[in-house]
Design a protein around this ligand. Structure first.
Ligand code: NDP
Length: 246
């Protein structure tokens, strides 16, 4: 890679929440970004406009990460727009709260298809198409370890993401590609806030030693570090960013 060649990142689920903050942060770090979204086209276009108005490069690309060709389509779009791909951030994910006895097959399958199969196909594509020295950054959750009631399907899916992270880190090392995961605690986004009363949110805040919810930028800083050359010796790790709750 020539020293002047701009690095390129694909960020899945970047129209909102943590993914949006990651896209903006990586663009601010000088990286060209593919802003993936599933349905929120206006929000993705806004993220791209914000990056461009700050002098960065980005494109918005629609793809449901659970789709059979979604991840290869995203790599195609990135290579067409920017020539190559260096960083894959597998951020897109869903979380639907349900006790195991009330979790039907469709709900369980939805978590597997979006949170695991999409990440698997992204990792597979990254193993073939990231340039040497690349980065894969997956998204787990601090609910892995807490194993709270109601998180069965979600925790099952995120545990699989951690397993894939460990195996991929051992397979991709020979091409100097690192594979790590970030496991956030409660971050103030739609995914976390939906359906929770103020009282429940305050109770959860009470379990966090730093006494506040995480913000998308707290997680974007971690991803920025993992995407940077400075993290070159970190591989196969799950980094919990959660204010110390576990
Ligand atoms: P949000 O629900 O706020 O945002 C989700 C983003 O992912 C949106 O941009 C959405 O796009 C996109 N998305 C959802 N489904 C798909 C899909 N099938 N294909 C492509 N894009 C999709 O979530 P967060 O920002 O909170 O979460 C981001 C990641 O962080 C997830 O993996 C989540 O599990 C993880 N996490 C979050 C925590 C939290 O407390 N918030 C804690 C621990 C982990 P669109 O609107 O277009 O559908």
């Amino acid at each position: 890679m020539s020293i002047n060649e701009q690095r390129v990142a694909i960020v899945t689920g970047a129209s909102k929440g943590i993914g949006r903050a990651i896209a903006l942060r990586l663009a601010n770090d000088g990286i060209a970004v593919v802003v993936n979204y599933a349905s929120s086209r206006a929000a993705a276009d806004e993220a791209v406009a914000e990056i461009e108005s700050a002098g960065g490069k980005a494109i918005a690309v629609q793809a449901d990460v659970g789709g059979a060709t979604a991840m290869s389509d995203l790599f195609d779009a990135a290579e067409k727009a920017f020539g190559h791909v260096d960083i894959l951030v597998n951020n897109a994910g869903i979380m639907k709260f349900a006790m195991l006895a009330d979790t039907d097959d469709a709900l369980f399958d939805q978590h597997i298809v979006t949170n695991v199969t999409g990440v698997f196909r992204g990792i597979r594509e990254a193993g073939k198409r990231l340039r040497e020295g690349g980065r894969v950054i997956n998204f787990s959750s601090s609910t892995v370890g807490l194993y709270g009631p109601g998180y069965g399907a979600y925790v099952a899916s995120k545990s699989a993401v951690e397993a894939l992270t460990h195996v991929a880190s051992k397979e991709f090392g020979k091409r100097h590609i690192t594979v790590n995961a970030v496991a956030p605690g409660p971050v103030e986004t739609e995914l976390f806030m939906n359906g929770k009363s103020d009282e429940l949110v305050q109770r959860i805040v009470g379990t966090i030693p730093l006494g506040r919810l995480g913000q998308p930028d707290d997680i974007a800083s971690v991803v920025s570090f993992l995407a940077s050359p400075e993290s070159g010796w970190i591989n196969g790790q799950v980094l919990r960013a959660n204010g110390g709750m576990i």
